[in-house]
Design a protein around this ligand. Structure first.
Ligand code: GRF
Length: 197
């Protein structure tokens, strides 16, 4: 009997390019992945529209209403959660829902626009670019109760060229984000996701 597909929800607050990368990857491999829903803390964002267009249900849940979020998770029963530009800290009940004793953490990942622990929080590319860094990067990490503090699972750096402006610098990072996040999805399905050595 083949294994059942890995099911997941995505939490997003904005554009949704990472959400799209995950959903398209899942749709291309339905035997292995099931994108159950895109959950947002705000209505009318492009990510919700995109998910619905790709046939993934979109839900808006006020981030302060932990019970509503938990009720939705109990209904959907996802194996994993992927934060994709979700501009909120997830609460304890959310992390407890995805707790995995074997992993020693929750089955919740985030993609972050810097090489953590540099530039945690919002505006990773903007702040690094303004600081004149020679290189920056992307980190995929497990989510814990802190701000971008969970164990790193994948990371990759990229160089800033002299001709780069903020737009081209950001575009380089975004492209890496999409690839690393798809790779994280694959690793999760293969049961190979662990802390980076
Ligand atoms: C990405 O840069 C991600 O790393 C950060 O927020 C941004 C979201 O972009 N957490 P998108 O909505 O996935 O296009």
């Amino acid at each position: 009997m083949p294994n059942k597909p890995l099911s997941f929800v995505i939490l997003a607050s904005g554009t949704g390019s990472n959400a799209r990368a995950l959903i398209e990857h899942a749709k291309g491999n339905p035997a292995r992945f099931e994108a159950k829903a895109l959950i947002s803390d705000r209505d009318g964002i492009p990510a919700l529209e995109m998910a619905r267009e790709l046939g993934v249900p979109g839900y808006v849940v006020n981030h302060r209403d932990e019970n509503a979020l938990l009720d939705l998770l109990k209904k959907l029963k996802p194996d994993w959660a992927f934060l994709a530009g979700y501009k909120r800290i997830v609460g304890k009940a959310f992390l407890d829902f995805f707790a995995d004793a074997a992993l020693g953490t929750a089955r919740v990942l985030n993609v972050h626009p810097s090489l953590l622990p540099a530039y945690p929080g919002l505006g990773g590319y903007e702040r690094a670019f303004k600081d004149g860094v020679k290189s920056s990067g992307v980190t995929v990490h497990f989510v814990d109760a802190g701000l971008d503090t969970g164990p790193v699972v994948l990371s990759e750096s990229f160089a800033r060229d002299e001709k780069d402006d903020l737009e081209s610098f950001t575009a380089k990072g975004r492209k890496i984000e999409h690839r690393l996040y798809r790779e994280a999805l694959e690793l999760a399905a293969a049961g190979k996701l662990g802390r980076k050595k």
